[in-house]
Design a binder for this molecule. Structure first.
Ligand code: ADP
Length: 270
């Protein structure tokens, strides 16, 4: 990735909050089926920082991501993206904010099969009636090693290349923040490591803000910071984590039963 070093032109003051939750609670159901998925969570995601969210199954990781991205309503507290309180927005404003300020990378790549890689990358901006900045698009495509693949359809690309197209799509609109949900879940170990390297690089060289839900301590070790959830609460945080430190911390969580470190024999992420 050394070729991207020349792009690094830090101009963002450190410490700006890209997204924030304050006293965020989310309750599903009522009476006997009532579940408190998030219990007064307060957390900041700073600009140009890569955060991993970890925790046992059912600890509230997806709910936190969905609430912070404006994909789900909240029960109490507040959330904001940049300076905008999500609770102050109507449905249409919220849709626009998601479109303009939030990038998503899901485990399933969600690429349209009839469009070329380039058309897939620019689709969200086309829908929004915006044009990508040519220099920025070029930088992303080069950083992700997709220059020779832009005319290809998804079926003509490897899984790793498809996932890079999905990353490029998320980056192109310069969102305030990117939420990635188990982005390496469908990739072999090499493609997974590559993708995590690209996310890292997008944070370092392109000053992107990334929040990634993962259950894989190795994936989490690519982040600047790991936030641990248990029973809907933030219970701990590690900075500059090693995979071993993450694994050790996971073992201590209630219900924490992490899968084996690194990649299994089939070469898939654990
Ligand atoms: P994680 O992503 O850490 O596995 P989730 O955020 O998916 O956890 O879930 C947190 C809790 O909220 C779990 O107890 C789950 O069963 C519950 N939950 C999540 N989504 C819903 C829903 N749509 N309806 C009812 N309960 C839900």
């Amino acid at each position: 990735m050394s070729h991207t070093a020349a792009y690094a032109t830090p101009h963002t003051p450190a410490g700006i909050v890209a997204a924030r939750a304050t006293g965020l609670s989310k309750v599903y159901g009522q009476g006997e089926t009532r579940v408190t998925a998030l219990d007064s969570v307060s957390v900041d995601f700073r600009r140009a920082e890569f955060t991993a969210i970890m925790g046992p199954s059912g600890s509230g990781k997806s709910t936190l991501m969905h609430c912070m991205a404006g994909l789900d309503t909240i029960s109490s507290g507040s959330t904001r993206i940049g300076d905008v309180e999500l609770g102050s927005l109507g449905d249409r404003q919220l849709t626009r904010l998601r479109r303009d300020k939030v990038g998503f990378i899901f485990q399933a790549f969600n690429l349209l099969p009839t469009l070329s890689a380039l058309e897939n990358i620019t689709l969200p901006m086309d829908i929004a009636g915006r044009k990508p900045e040519p220099a920025w698009l070029q930088q992303i495509v080069t950083t992700l090693g997709l220059s020779g693949r832009l005319a290809h359809r998804p079926s003509q690309l490897s899984g790793g290349q498809q996932q890079r197209v999905a990353v490029a799509r998320a980056l192109t609109a310069k969102p305030e923040i990117i939420f990635a949900d188990e982005p390496t879940g469908n990739l072999d170990s090499r493609s997974g490591a590559e993708l995590l390297g690209f996310l890292r690089e997008s944070v370092r060289a392109l000053e992107q803000t990334v929040v990634m839900v993962t259950h894989d301590p190795v994936a989490a070790s690519y982040a600047d910071r790991v936030v641990f959830l248990a029973d809907g609460r933030i219970v701990d945080e590690l900075r500059e984590p090693s995979a071993d430190a993450v694994l050790d911390r996971m073992r201590l969580l209630p219900g924490g039963n992490p899968r084996p470190l690194a990649f299994d024999a089939k070469g898939r992420t654990s």
